[in-house]
Write a new protein. Sequence first.
Length: 377
Amino acid sequence: MENKKKARRSAFQKTKKQPEWRRVQKENKFKRWFVRISFAALSLLIVFLSYQFWNFLSFVKSPLSQAPNTSAKSYVWDGKHQLNFLLLQFDDLEKTDGKIVFASLAFFDPASSRLRFLIIPVDISFLAQDSYITLQNCSNPTQNIDLLLEIISENLALPIDGYLVTDQRGLNVINADIRYDRAQGFEDGFSDWQQALFSWRNLLHLKRLKTDLYQYVWTDFSPQEIFALLGGVRTINPQDSSFFEIKANLTLEQNLPQIGKVVTIDTDAFDLLASKNFSEDAIQNERLTIEILNSTKISGLALETARLIKNMGGEVIEVGNQSERKTETYIEVFVDKPENYYTLARFAQILNCTVVNGNSEDQLRAQIRIVLGDSNQ
């Protein structure tokens, strides 16, 4: 009898303990499922972020648009030295005969945190071979951006590293507006572009953003260069930017046979403004003396190049002709460790040529000798 009571008591105790065991089992099971679900969610998040990061890298490193093959694409901006770029706004980019309604040449120097703008009137005449054109009347400008850059650069004797071309729809895409008023300057500027391009909405919709930019923004800069540009420009107070405009004091009015009245650049007056305000500090600080020789049949090529070099901040001390004809342009240097000089790298970019070490026996007075060949005609 006593044994039966003990057996019943033991069975009752086992039955009483069983719910606790089941509760622990359920808790452990729940924890295991929670860990599995969390791991799966984390894996999906990692895959999603990796996919977005890959899209971002592809977006940054791929060309932003089908840009013409301008000289700017022979090199990539390093993000450290001065960048000169052309801003053009069209009335409608989709029209092959669209008109330019706004033009400005911008100069950004990240080292000195300076941003300067040169407003170019669209009705001013530029010499193009044996004729004159204005920006507002040039034929098919949307199809000839590369030629347009070359004409502006030659007339102003300033290098242009690239361009940004858009219309009002493009400004709407990047949530920005560039409006210029002669009294107040720019009312809105690049900070809007920076905020728009770096917004989470756009970063999560890179494909759509790139599609919109392809359609409404033309440039020969890569997104990587644009992000570097906008990131640097954003640090500059708009009130500290400088604004210049080609006005009557920088122009000449001429009456030309078979053409009529044209308003052109007064090169002497403009070069005084350009060399003082648009030159590159790094070139001025290195103070290398420069000799320029023309080894082509084109008369005046050395003088044209000298004007460009001076406006960039170079110290030209000799200009002349060379009887021996050269096919390629090159820069001959007579300094130690030429790789340490930004001036040489910059001139090689602009002239699209190589740098060679010169023989000290051939050196006259200059530390740099630029020999212009047929490639620079």
